[in-house]
Design a binder for this molecule. Sequence first.
Ligand SMILES: C[S@@+](CC[C@H](N)C(=O)[O-])C[C@H]1O[C@@H](n2cnc3c(N)ncnc32)[C@H](O)[C@@H]1O
Length: 242
Amino acid sequence: MLRRRRPVDVRALAAEHLEAGRPTGWFEPLYARAFGDRTAIPWAQDGADPAVLDWLDAPVATPPGDRAVVVGCGLGDDAAALARLGWTVTAFDVSPSAVRWARRRHPKAAVDWQVADVLDLPADLLGRFDLVVEVRTVPSLPGVVRDHAMDAIGRLAAERGLVLVVTLLATDAEVARRWVGPPWPQAPSELAVYRGSGLTRLALEHAPADDDGTVTARVTWQRPAGVPATDGAGPGSALPIV
Ligand SMILES: C[S@@+](CC[C@H](N)C(=O)[O-])C[C@H]1O[C@@H](n2cnc3c(N)ncnc32)[C@H](O)[C@@H]1O
């Protein structure tokens, strides 16, 4: 007799790894235990994120070239969409199972799929990209590693390169403090870390807030000309947000 597979309790799985000091350790078992069933991955959509597609349709500014990177690419739909639009795309995820899945799901996509950890980035990725796309990876990380992750994301951008961030924000600090994640909505003040890695904010757009006190926001940053990826105050810097 066939038995239904029990869905993974994502919060319990994350809590178990967090308690053991492995803040990103829960992603790999989640993807591996999904056995190719997209509906078992809570954030997976069928297609690229609409906030990314809209932005690509009418970008806030023009990226200086065609090299794009997708951080925490998951099943790879955003990366495949960028490749279809003519971008030269690198996409990485910390989970080897996710990267294998993305490759299988998009066999014809001209994407350089990589297993890589944004908290320990290969040096050859730094400062290399005209467009950095980060969709909901940071709010899936606990506070203890978030500054580091945001700083590293900013450092992927080449001079004049753009960083497109789609994230979940809490409308006030109390909502962020009481939230049981993942995901853990970001306090707006956290976004200042991108400035610490040398970026300038070009736009902050968001839909109306949900009743639960969260809002999805799309933020566009730029690495100014003359500010290489090696510059900046580094993770944890508390520069005021512009
Ligand atoms: C909430 S999911 C979002 C996935 C994808 N961006 C999307 O919108 O469908 C976060 C993704 O980031 C990946 N991730 C988490 N920590 C990471 C890290 N340190 N380096 C690279 N990827 C990471 C996870 O494996 C997961 O695929």
